[in-house]
Design a protein around this ligand. Structure first.
Ligand SMILES: [Zn+2]
Length: 468
């Protein structure tokens, strides 16, 4: 075996997420832990398995027929490739097999272009184009096409990884969705499970189950929460279609801190307790709570805090008081603010202390009015500063619980709420902390239904995010 031959059968992981997912998929097909551990024989076994799957479609008339999984996937993954030529309908199975084998065979070394692989720098075996390189993989290397050449030079193991990528993805709804992370220890089992699912789907009768809202994001959330070790990098969700009808690519990242925090909601007892309440708080009309939680974990982490508080407040009228879930949610929300939203632990402590003073002030009155007044001051048009100014006098005049300071809003607290980049998040945390402190104090508003309903109006008018 020459070195050059061996090189063309050894996977090297590169900076391309799709190539990496494909590498781990090849390893899974050969039942090996890490792609770079694949021997020449194991690599060959994996590529031969993929070719065998494609060859099996040569007896299938149409993509929708039994055994047509890879045929159907080809329109989305490898348009214009030799598995689905325009003249396919007129070809015999033998002719189809011949074309597929040609496509997937390693080019003879005499035909190699003499340029390095765009991914790994080792000698390329051929120029490849859109047929073999999915959109997400080509966009990373847009500039590598040499003048006068069509395509991108790749070595055989790199192109084999791209061919294997769909095995490590979920193929549904006309798109391929893959999970990627730079943490190999996490990527290996996640890709292995995806490969098992793909192999099972290829055997099953064709089905067109409609995906639920944010189903792909939810699958990542579930994978993360079920994972038993620390994850050292963020987790990306790559959704793409290479089809002629629709070129589509979207990459979203769930940051490492939120990944770890989500894991902690499954592993830490005090966080596990409130998780269902957190999930319920995220739900919207047509979107189940956990799916929306997953969506926000990717694109809008601050919204998780904002939605949870608005939801609690919204339920005050229905429950005739502050929902007791506030207590169970506390360990989740405070840790979320510190670990994900990057709030200082001492700032969170300040906000909680301030909330206890406010609860002592508002809790003196059993009517819901004063509570509603504070909440209203937090809405988009509310004057929270004005509210504090008037209440500071009250605080001075009224009897304070022992040990509480004379100043309601010290300068440091003022800065957190009114003069800070994260002022809106701090205010929202304060809204939550006041509710938590009132529940702790056993406060229950005695008021008319209308007064309580006013509070639901307040919930609807709280700012939706940090930019409001
Ligand atoms: Zn390469």
């Amino acid at each position: 075996m020459t070195d050059a031959f061996e090189q063309q059968h050894q996977v090297l992981l590169t900076a391309s997420p799709l190539q990496r997912v494909g590498g781990f998929a090849l390893a899974a097909l050969a039942k090996v832990g890490h792609p770079e551990q694949l021997t020449v024989e194991q690599f060959t076994t994996a590529t031969t398995t993929m070719t065998r799957h494609l060859l099996a479609t040569s007896d299938v008339a149409k993509a929708a027929d039994a055994g047509g999984f890879w045929l159907s996937a080809s329109y989305m993954l490898w348009p214009n490739s030799k598995i689905i030529p325009t003249a396919r309908g007129k070809q015999s199975p033998a002719e189809r097999r011949e074309l597929i084998a040609q496509w997937r065979d390693m080019p003879d070394s005499a035909e190699w272009p003499g340029v390095p692989c765009a991914y790994c720098d080792r000698p390329a075996c051929k120029w490849f184009g859109k047929v073999d390189i999915p959109l997400g993989a080509s966009s990373e290397h847009r500039n590598t096409t040499a003048p006068g050449h069509e395509g991108t030079p790749l070595c055989f193991p790199c192109v084999a990884c791209l061919w294997a990528f769909p095995y490590g993805a979920e193929l549904s709804g006309g798109r391929a969705a893959a999970v990627h992370s730079w943490d190999d220890v996490f990527l290996a089992p996640v890709t292995r499970m995806a490969v098992q699912r793909t192999l099972a789907a290829a055997q099953a009768p064709a089905s067109k189950t409609k995906l639920g809202p944010y189903a792909r994001e939810l699958a990542v959330l579930n994978a993360v929460r079920a994972y038993g070790q620390r994850v050292h990098s963020g987790v990306e969700l790559i959704v793409l279609s290479n089809s002629n009808k629709e070129q589509f690519l979207r990459t979203q990242e769930m940051s490492q801190p939120i990944v770890e925090w989500l894991r902690s909601t499954a592993t830490k007892t005090n966080r596990r307790t409130g998780y269902q309440a957190l999930v319920a708080a995220q739900a919207a009309k047509a979107v189940p709570g956990e799916a929306f939680l997953a969506k926000r974990a990717f694109g809008d982490p601050a919204a998780i805090l904002f939605r949870t508080t608005a939801h609690l407040l919204d339920r005050v009228s229905a429950k005739g008081g502050i929902p007791v879930e506030a207590t169970g949610l506390a360990p989740l929300l405070y840790s979320y603010c510190i670990e994900v939203l990057n709030m200082d632990e001492k700032d969170v402590t300040r906000i909680r202390d301030l909330a206890r003073r406010l609860a002592a002030l508002l809790g003196q009155d059993s009517r819901p009015g004063p509570f509603g007044g504070f909440m209203r001051a937090n809405t988009k048009g509310g004057d929270l500063y004005g509210w504090f100014r008037s209440q500071s006098v009250q605080w001075l005049l009224k009897t304070r619980p022992a040990g509480m300071p004379q100043t309601l809003l010290p300068v440091e607290d003022y800065r957190l709420l009114f003069d800070d980049d994260r002022a809106w998040s701090h205010r929202r945390l304060l809204v939550f902390a006041v509710m938590e402190a009132l529940v702790e104090a056993g406060w229950e508003p005695k008021g008319s239904a209308e007064e309580l309903e006013d509070i639901a109006d307040v919930a609807a008018n709280l700012p939706e995010d940090d930019k409001d």
